[in-house]
Each structure stands twice: as C-alpha cells, then as structure tokens.
Write a new protein. Sequence first.
Lengths: 860, 277
Amino acid sequence: MVEKKSKKNFYISHPASGLARSNFPMVTEVADGKILRSLPFHVPAETRLYEIRTSRGTFVRPRKEVQMPLAIAHKKRVHSDTRVRYPLLRDGWSAKNPNAAERGKNSFSRISWDQATDIIVEQLHSIKEKYGSMEPVFVQADGHGQSGYMQSLHFWGHYLFDMLQKKKGWGWWTQQVRNPDSWEGYYWGAKHVWGFDQSLGEPFQDAVWDDVLEHCEMVIFSGNDPEATGLGMSGSIALEMPKWLKRAGIKIVAISPDLNYAAAVHADKWIPLKPNTDPALYLGLAHTWIVEGKYDKDYVRTHTTGFEAFRAHVMGEDDGVPKSAQWAEKITGVPAHTIRALAREWYSNKTSLSVYFGGAKVRGTLSHLSTRMEAYVLSMQGIGKPGRQFLRTGAPSFYKKDLAQVPRYPEVDFKGLALNPMIEYAIGKAPVTPVFVPRTLAAEAIQNGKVRWKSTTSALAKTEDQFKSYRYPPTDDHPGIRMVWNENGSQPGSWGHGLNWLAALQNPKVEFVLGIHPWLENDLPFSDLILPAQTNYEHEDLIVAQRSEILGMFYQEQAIEPVGESRSDYEIHRMIGKKLGLEAEFPPVDDWLKKAYDGTIANTKHGLSWEAFKEKKYIVYDCPTWEEWVEIKKQHGYSEHRGGMAWYWDKAGGLDTPSGKIEFVSSLIQKHEPGNTERPPLAKWVEHPESLGTEKSKSYPLIVMSNHAKFRFHVQGDDISWIKELAKVRGPDGYMYEACWINPTDAAARGIHNGEVIKIFNDRGVVLAGALVTERIIAGAVSIDHGAKMDLASLNNQLADRGGCINLIAPVPGEKYAKGAEIDVPEMNVSGFLVQIEKVNPKDIIPGTGVGYSARVAAE
Amino acid sequence: MGKKAFLVDADKCTSCKLCVIACKDEHVDASYAPWTGPQPDTGHFWVDILTHERGKIPRVKMTYQPLFCQHCDNAPCIKACPEDAIETRADGLVWIDEKSCTGCGECQPACPYDVIFMNGALGVAQKCTGCAHRVDEGLLPRCADVCPHDAILFGDQNDTMLADGPDVKPREIYLPEAETVPRVFWRGLPKPWIAGSVIDAARDEIISGAEIVATSLDDDSALTVKSDAFGDFWLRDLREGSRYRVDIRAPGYLSVAEAVTTRGDQDLGTIALKAAE
C-alpha cells in the first residue's frame, strides 16, 4: 500500500526503457496519490565525473540529466481514456467458437482475474490436448513499449513457456525472435565485412571519444539523429556529444534524405540524398578516390582482403559501368560535384563516421548493402587511424572490446549493474526453443501457413548463422500458430505490413489471442482477452541506468495506487504460473530484485546492502580521474588519445571474419552463397522492387523514409494530448494528423498545401496524414515517422488509417521472393519504400468504421 | 527583492521542447494562487518554440526561438487592461491577477509577442508567470530548470551569467521597436542571410575559396566571405529589408554580380562561374 501523505519524491523509470536497461530516472513528486511533476535528476556531488582531456580542451558531462518530453508527459497515460482497468473478454468470443473474424470489431466485457486466468489455463490445456505441446503458442514478448527492469518487462511470457517446457514437460513453444531491429543493415551487411558479432555489426567504441576529440577533423552524420531519439535511448549525454564535436572544432557533414533534427542545428553541410541510395553515393566516393589516388593504399594492402575486386567493380571493369560521381548522381540525386568535393574532404581531413543506432538508413530494402559499402569506404581511408573511427553518438555500454567509450572503471562495467537474465530472450545468441519465428515473418507464419528463411535473427548470433536454413512450422503436419501471446501491441506500428498482421489476428486458424498491456490501442483490440498491465508508477522495481555513459542503479518505490485492477507484467505471469504449478519459478518481487542486486559491487565492494540501498535509493558510480584512465588504457594497449579501432590499426587482424581482416569480398558469402544476387559476395548497388526507376515506381513515384519519432517512443505516446500537440498537424477538420514532410515541388505537382490532409498509398493499403510542406526533405521522397497510433477509418469505402501508422503499408522481407521460396535475408525493411500521395477531402473520411476501431469497452 | 531576468539563446536551442512539456507538467491541472490558476490541458503554450525554417535545399537550417512572456517593464498588456488586473512584482515578473481579470481579452492583441492566452473555462487571460511560485521558493522556472542546453537562463538581472562577455554575441531584445523594456534578453535572434553555392559548370566542380562580397546599397558597408570546401557560402547576420550588391569572384573566372534585398533569408542557388578567356 502507498502511504498517503504530503509531497514525496520518487525515482521513476523512464517509460522508454527497454530490456531491463534504463536511462537515469525521473525525479517525480507525488502528493496524495497524484503525480505532480517530474524533474531532472542531478548526479550527486559525491559522484566523481570523468574528464576527457585533449589539446582542444577538456570535455565533461553535465550533472543535470533530463529525460525525453514523453517521460514527463507519461503521467497523463496513467489515467488515459485508453487505459485497461480490468481483465476484458471479447464479447464475440467463446471457447467453442472464437469468432476470429470478429476480432477488432467486438466490444469487451469486464471479467474477474480468476475468470481470466482460468480461461488462459483452459486454453493452454486445450492446446496441449489437441496438439501435444505448446508449439502452437506464438509468444511475442519484446521491448518496444513501456518497459521497466523487472515488473513491467515484456519477457515473462517467454520465461513462463520456457519454464513450462523445462519444469513441467509441456514441450516446446514458438518463440518470436526479436530481429536485430535497431541494427538491421549492420547485422545483415557490415558483419560480413568486419564481423563485430557481439555488437551487431557496429565497431566497438572503446575509449573512442578520447581519439575523436583529440584528432578528428570531420564527422559524417550518416543519417545520424541524436536530437530525435537520443534523449529517449540515452538521456542527456546524447545531446552533449554533438556539442563536444562542435567545441572541438570538428566539422559535421550530415548525409540524409531529410534535414533531421541533429542536422538542422549541428551540420556544417547537409547532403540530401534519395532514401536508401547510400551504396551508390559510397561507390561514387570510392571512384573519385581511386581515380585521384586519394586513399590509404598501404592500409588496404595490410588490413583488408579482396580490394582488387572492389576496385575493378568501381572502375566498371567487371560490368562496363564506371561508378563515377556522375553515375552516382543519377541514383542518389546528389550533384556529382558535391560527391567529389565530399570525397576530397573525407580524404584530406581525419574523418569519422557516426550513427546513433542506424536509423532509417539501416531499415530499408537491401540496406545491408549500404552498411557494407560504408565499411568499404571507411576502410579505404584506414579506419582505426587517429581520428578515423566509427563513432556512436549515444551511450549503450555494450559496444566494447574491453573499455567504455568514455572514462569509466572496467569493474563498474562488468560488476556494477544488476543483470536481468530475461534480456537474453531478446538479446541472445540463439532462440531458447528450436521452434521459432523471426519477428519480421510473424504475419506470414500465420497467413501463409509455411515460411522458410535463413538465420535465427538472434541479436548475438555468429555471422555463420545467416546461412543456416530454418522453417515454420517445423514439419508439414504441424498445426502452426493457434494462439498468440501479445505483450506490447507494437507489431503493426513498428514492423512491416501491419495490415497483414491485423488480418493474421483475424485468421480463423488462430483460436485464442491474449493481450497483456496497460492500454487498449494498436492491435490490442484484436485480442480475445486483455489483461490490464501497470505503468511504472504503480509498482516497486529496480532501475538500472545502463543506457548512459555513467552508470548507476536506483530503487523505484511504488508511487501511486494501481489503476483499476491492473497488475505488473511480472505479477500477471506469476498468477498464471501459479495456476500451472510454477509458483516456485516466480519468487516474490523483492527476493528476485535482491538476488539480482546482491552480486553487484554496490553490495560486494561498497557495502551498500539491499536494505540500505532501498533506503538510500540510488548509487551512481564514480568515474576514474584522467590519470587513472590513462593508466587503465595503457593496460589494454591504448595510448592516451587512442581508442575505437586503434587496436585493429595496430594489429591488422583479430576481427570476427574468417580472415580476421576487413573483407571487401565476404569469404562467408563466397563460401555459402556465391551466386546470391541480393547479397553478393562483393557488395554492389542493386536495384530492388522498392527502388525509384522500377516499373512499380511509375504508379508509386515517391519513396517514404521513416524515422523514429522525436516525441513518441515507437508506438507509445500518441494518446497523450501534449505529445500530439507537439508533433501532429491539425487538419482542416480539426483532427490531429501524423505529419508527413513533403518537398514543395512534389506538393505543388499534386496541388497539396501545407496542413492539408493527404493519403499515402501503395498496393498494401492507405494511410492518411497531414502535409507538412518543407525544404527539409529532398524532392521525390516524403518523410513520415514510424509508429503513429492506429485509428482505422474509411475513405471512399476503403480501409484507411487516419492515425497515420505508416508501417501498416511498409514492405516485409518475403515480398522480394517467390511465394514459398526461402527468404535469404529476413531483413526489416520499413523505410525507403514506394508510395503515391494524393490530396484528400476530409469530408470523405468516415471515422471509426474500419476494422478494429468499432471496438469499445462495453462496461467497466 | 532583486530584479530578475531571463537570457534566451536561440543559437543553443535544438527544439527538444522539454520546456514546453515542463511548463504543461507544472501548470496544467495545478493552481498557484495568486500568480495563476490552472492552465488548460491543450491550446496554451506559455512557452513555445518559434520555428524558423531557413534557406533552400541543400542550404537549409533551422533556428528555434523559445518564446514566452517577456516580463516587460513597460508592458503594453498592463496599459491595455481596463481592470488593472495585470501587475508587476517587486522582482519584475509580470502576472495576471485572476481575481480581477474579467477575461475581456484586451491584453491579448496588445502584446507584441503574442504570448497571452484566453482561458475560456475560467474566464481569464493567462500567461507565463516566470514560475513566480517557484521563484519565491528560490527555484528556477521549469523551462530554465529543464533546458539541457542552457538556452534559457534565469537569475538576478545583474548576474554575470546573463551579462555580455568577451566570447559571446551581445545581448539583444526581441522586437525592440515595441519599446516594451523586456526582462528577457536574447542571443542568436535570426537575421537574414544570403547563401548560395559556387561551381564551375563546364568542369562540374565546386569552387572553394571564391570571394563573395555583399555591399550594402544603403550605407556602402561591405561583408566578405569565402565559399567553403563544398562551394557553399553564407553571408550571415544581415539587416532585414536591406539592399545589397553581391559580387562573386574567383581567380580565373568571370565575376558575377547580383542585386539582393534581404526580405528574409535569400538563397541564390547554384551560381555557375565561367572561366575567363
């Protein structure tokens, strides 16, 4: 119970925390059960911060740590209209006749927790009796929603079924494997050039800032936008790092179809290019360098393999087409003189390339070619030399060989934070069960009945795994997916072809859909039973600040009474587990947290016991002094101002690739798939079905780029009036439409004016948006962020999403292949796809008649 | 009580909008009598970010201007109010006494900064109070408290933090012609630029180091910049509405001249120079 007394401060986990790793918390004032305000956290004076000392000045971080606007506004989601307050059963559902086609159309009625958990247990027994195991249960579980350390984590579904298999012998279950969503292009591409299996294809960041701030002269922001997503994923430091670059006198060149939020304020030069044409731009650079002799020939000889094949391809010796700057201009839309100027600047200045995670650039069709080509050009200029690095302007701390990206004690990295083993379900080396479906193929696994693909898609899988064949269902006489366990509702708004996912949920083969979520939104109305989960304000938990460049832990007390009959995700699974005889596998929360905490140096070295920690409520670890850091670096082979790939510069070997070197021609692809034209052994510019210039682009001549939203977090936040006001376009009908950036020439050609309602469509469906006519997007492309909250409506008798959820009509990887063919690269390609746009008369929109959104909660 | 002041630096603002949300977090559904009643859930922006999209592709940049009540010593709203409901505190913060305010709306058009909002439900005018309730407790206004870039500073008016110094642009006042004597000082207020790129069209190469000279036709003053490594140039911080002659010269090329009037930012596009005979 929450003590009701006057004002008290709580540390509350930031709502965009994912996978048990968090930013620093909000400091939230609560009085009499009401959330008053959330204030920045200030790193206590007792904590020693680091300094990065360079000849260009000393770089520090502020003690003030702010969180994204959504975090502050999240208090409004606690009692929002869409909050699920009680277990809700769909009115059209019965065990005998699930009425699958009515999912999303029916209303819901309140039932008790006991009834709800009974229904779930009965359904599981029924699956077991009919099909002999839990294999027909598709357990989604993922981050991409409100997620805390333990209580509101989304992996308890995976854990529950894992325990049913291990402890009760109920057989395997179908794991939805999280594809490497934030790293897609690097995972499917750059890994074949330089490995880095442990960091999903992006180079390690050991002490990289010492090197960059001392030596670097120019940084390429390759689609990098820390101003949009940095606060959400790293907190304040993501906003500080670009300022460090500026203060060190480093020039910033932004390459992106849109003038993104970082480019808009930080870039000295913006080079707009057509979405997902980066490989052609890089080829144009390489051509200029080769013709002018402006690359590091010694490095290429000693540190790479296969360069001669690349050189021959660039010069057109293999296909008769020199990949000159003029050639690249036609594909990218970047003037040839700009490409050559960039090439010369890149060569003559010590240049690093930066990303945040990868952004829209790495989530396009064949974006694995972009990242391989990016690795090629970085290699031509000697990556690992002083000032020539791959730089992440964000904080997650697992991108290391030995050391953190800024001065930090290794001991704090390895033993400072309480690890939550549940994250291995998301970031693992392999699926936990042999029966699994990558998240990019979820809808197809239901709709097509059979899918074949390569790779587990597990985040930390070895590159070799990308050549192993898998299938679902595992055998031809298998029942396939009969039950869906949905823990966050992010599938239609974050992955491709969301409309097909909604259709899959209405597939009569699916006997039961369970939704566990605090809000009735997105695909949750397509559930048969919805269990009310809690927000972070409503339960105690640990907060593990690992997504920052300094590390700490916090104790989150329960701040308010639970809303309605909501329970934490953990408690929900604990209740279900109890009815299945798994009580021992779900210990009391405090026991579980204590166990996780006790092994950390907070307890073992600093002597702060679990009980004392709960009293004090935080620990933020000291950073080493610069002198200590230089000593630590020396022990790991780095001199004072070296870091990043310096070790590779010294060693010319030791990468995860078979040769241990940077491979222009991938020896693994050469070995396993020498004839693959989609992902050839040597990366090339490959035209694909979503490219401009194809037959399809005659009907759909615009290309969508889709970033993460600045004010939402994936699919969450659009139900907050304040967040809507920040980012939406108010249409002439007063409706708040998702903003779609369109270039003035493309708008004029369609008679579209700023603020008007438009339809964005292709063969997959129709999405409505509000036009934002702007010079911030290159002609021929439009920009609309992913994850807008669905609001299905009807436009001239056609289903149209008025909410502007563009992922509903984004591609899925299987489209590139013949039906039933094995999918070589099950990539997530939700940006850089073809559409047409037309002006819409808002009078033609009939709200709420579309599938899913006639659903209303019948009674509370 | 010492007089207070704000310093807003548009060069530092990245439009993260934390100030906007923090203001709502503080004021929606919360009353701080006597300084203000609750802000409505939506529609009011006691602090907002004015967004200036500047230039043409590819020479586009954004300037953001966090705007809120300028807490004027010579406040037009005070003069416009028929009920004498708008008052200045001893520390200089201007507030609307909602007990006296009748919601007549006379103050709203009187404000040259357009930062007064009508609250129909309460029948009063409302605006930024400078978080007077927090200032009384020695705390910062929420916008200044949350700003991650120090783009909004608040303190005693003589605080060195708010003063001019050797390494910073001199302080300015927003809309000085309104003669409001505001307590909000500015840096980085957007001023027109003339931008363009210089190329050699015959060779299809950019020309860096070209000299671009803007000569004012009003007073003969001149500003010179050179095109950069991408051939781009920006003549910055020009006077609004002034006429300039812009000469573009590079050794070995014929010069080009254009007449430009700075009605906002001017983009000359890609200027192709021809080689001299």
